[in-house]
Write a protein that binds this ligand. Structure first.
Ligand code: AMP
Length: 281
């Protein structure tokens, strides 16, 4: 496995693979890899001849008061995980490699990016769509892999690929969790011991919400209230949002019908965590 830092090097590798008739999978990440990322890489390795993992903490998707500077980084550890999983290449560019000083072209979406995290983090999806478009143009993969952990992001990327005619298959992968149900996340490393215990409340609340829906509850307000009240029972938790929306168009709905996404964003201390479930009707 190679680690490269320039766009030129990625293009040279891919060009060579294409000459050999090989297929290419891409797994975009911000690094500090865990088993959630590993599951995406594993799937990509199964379905493609060569897999590129991008490892880049993308500054354009962070707001001014967010955790860009403190976001955890460990390339050596990431490289071991990627190599163990069978990736062929890690692309670990600098911010300068990805963004010219006078960079001025962004991919802006309306619709699926408006609600949920789009409301709490106004420039987030503009940054995500822009960097993912760039990665797609750099790596020109046949398939790209995204986790349901970021369900809105998955919906946003699928819409972008459709709208902008990227010839790339987007593969969604299930959420990988800790034993107690907490969704694995690079940001879990911010949690103190007490906060880590408290963080399980996201999953607990969502499980209760899911049971309500599966039991036939049709009112989104009732489901939202149930989830919210459980999260609020945890003193270290502060709700950012609890929402039930249609999936994958991410519109606010009053009545549960068709495919739905129930999503939460919760501060545990200073750490903002997200989690969700999808029910297909
Ligand atoms: P990140 O490095 O957090 O930007 O995540 C990179 C990719 O890994 C995204 O597509 C995430 O949805 C996915 N991912 C992160 N955590 C998990 C998890 N616990 N289970 C499945 N996929 C995940």
């Amino acid at each position: 496995m190679k680690i490269v830092t320039t766009i030129k090097e990625v293009r040279e590798e891919v060009k060579q693979w294409r000459k050999e008739g090989l297929s290419v999978g891409l797994v975009p990440t911000m690094g500090y890899l865990h088993e959630g990322h590993a599951s995406l890489i594993k799937r990509a390795v199964q379905e493609n001849d060569r897999v590129i993992v991008s490892d880049f903490v993308n500054p354009t998707q962070f707001g001014p008061n967010e955790d860009l500077e403190s976001y955890p980084r460990d390339l050596e550890r990431d490289a071991k995980l990627c190599s163990d999983e069978g990736a062929a290449l890690i692309f670990n560019p600098s911010a300068e490699e990805m963004y010219f000083p006078d960079f001025s072209t962004y991919v802006n979406m309306t619709g699926p990016s408006d609600e949920l995290c789009g409301k709490s983090r106004p420039i987030h999806f503009r940054g995500v769509c822009t960097v993912v478009s760039k990665l797609f143009n750099i790596a020109t993969p046949d398939r790209a892999y995204f986790g349901q952990k970021d369900a809105q992001q998955l919906a946003v990327i699928k819409r972008m690929v459709r709208d902008l005619n990227f010839d790339i298959e987007i593969v969604g992968c299930p959420i990988i969790r800790e034993e107690d149900g907490l969704a694995k996340s690079s940001r879990n490393t911010y949690l103190s011991e007490d906060e880590r215990k408290a963080a399980v409340i996201l999953h607990k609340a969502l499980e209760e919400g899911k049971a309500l829906v599966l039991g036939g509850e049709k009112s989104t307000a009732a489901v939202i209230e149930k989830i919210t009240s459980i999260i609020e029972s945890e003193p270290l938790a502060k709700v950012d949002y609890v929402q039930v929306v249609s999936f994958p168009d991410i519109t606010v709905i009053d009545t549960i019908e068709g495919d739905i996404l129930a999503a939460v964003a919760v501060y545990i201390g200073k750490t903002r965590l997200i989690d969700n479930f999808i029910i297909e009707h």
